[in-house]
Design a protein around this ligand. Structure first.
Ligand SMILES: [Zn+2]
Length: 268
């Protein structure tokens, strides 16, 4: 594996990323959810309460994050998207309707990509990155990203360090379900047999993995959702995680675009 020389002698990097899905993730999971306002309200919470709480937390820590935003949210929640951009965070594309690319034709996938990017750029975002809805990548996703000039994607689970995709200029910033809030915390209707994890359990899981990635000089990408991490107890947990990373002093906290730019300059 090719290591990255992190800035200022730091030994590793971490990116705090938020997938701003709101209702779209529920509509994409099951079209029948369009008639279930109770289910959709889980997503509405992310826009109404989660995003403002996260922006406040990140501002208090002076940490810049990356928000992967569903294009539809520019139309549904323009004030929230504007607030994310105004706060100086990076915004990247997360589809238009949150439909997993594996369920789209190549033409439909390209249309989603272009529409979302156009909407986000219209809102003032400078777009460099992409994360597919549900981390579902189609056979043409990388080609489409290359064609449309994206610099990086963050959707594969095959490394702990940035790498360059074969046959593409694209940099990959790998992720993992382990470092995602959804599988630990989120319930949907029909999933009531699951147990919601305590923040203590997830904090331990995340810090162990973060420490492990840091020891190997890698890049830890935490993937969170305003509707999941935006619950008050979990905001407090994220507060503790950010504080611990800052206190360590030897881990570079950066946006995905910053990490991708550094990796692009160093990787063959
Ligand atoms: Zn999503």
């Amino acid at each position: 594996m090719t290591g990255i020389a992190w800035p200022d002698g730091k030994r590793a990097a971490v990116s705090f990323t938020f997938d701003f899905d709101a209702e779209s993730v529920w509509l994409a999971l099951d079209a029948g959810n369009a008639g279930r306002p109770g289910t959709l309200s889980i997503g509405v919470y992310g826009a109404r309460v989660g995003v403002p709480l996260l922006l406040d937390l990140l501002a208090r820590h002076a940490v810049r994050a990356t928000f992967f935003v569903v294009g539809r949210n520019v139309e549904l929640y323009p004030d929230r998207v504007a607030a994310i951009i105004a706060a100086g965070h990076e915004v990247a594309v997360h589809g238009y309707t949150h439909t997993p690319p594996g369920r789209l034709t190549p033409a439909e996938e390209e249309a989603e990509l272009v529409r979302a990017r156009t909407l986000l750029e219209g809102a003032g975002a400078r777009i460099e990155g992409y994360r597919s809805p549900s981390w579902d990548v189609s056979a043409v996703t990388l080609d489409l990203l290359q064609t449309h000039g994206f610099r990086y994607s963050s959707q594969f689970m095959d490394d702990i360090r940035p790498y360059r995709h074969a046959r593409h200029e694209l940099i990959e910033l790998p992720i993992q379900w382990l470092l995602d809030d959804w599988p630990h915390f989120q319930l949907g209707f029909g999933q009531m047999h699951r147990t919601v994890q305590t923040t203590g359990a997830v904090e331990a899981l995340w810090m162990e993995e973060l420490d492990g990635i840091a020891a190997l000089g890698g890049h830890c990408v935490l993937t969170m959702h305003p509707q999941v991490i935006g619950r008050p107890s979990r905001i407090a947990m994220l507060d503790r995680v950010i504080a611990r990373v800052k206190r360590a002093g030897d881990i570079w906290i950066a946006t995905c675009a910053e990490v991708a730019a550094l990796a692009a300059a160093q990787l063959p």
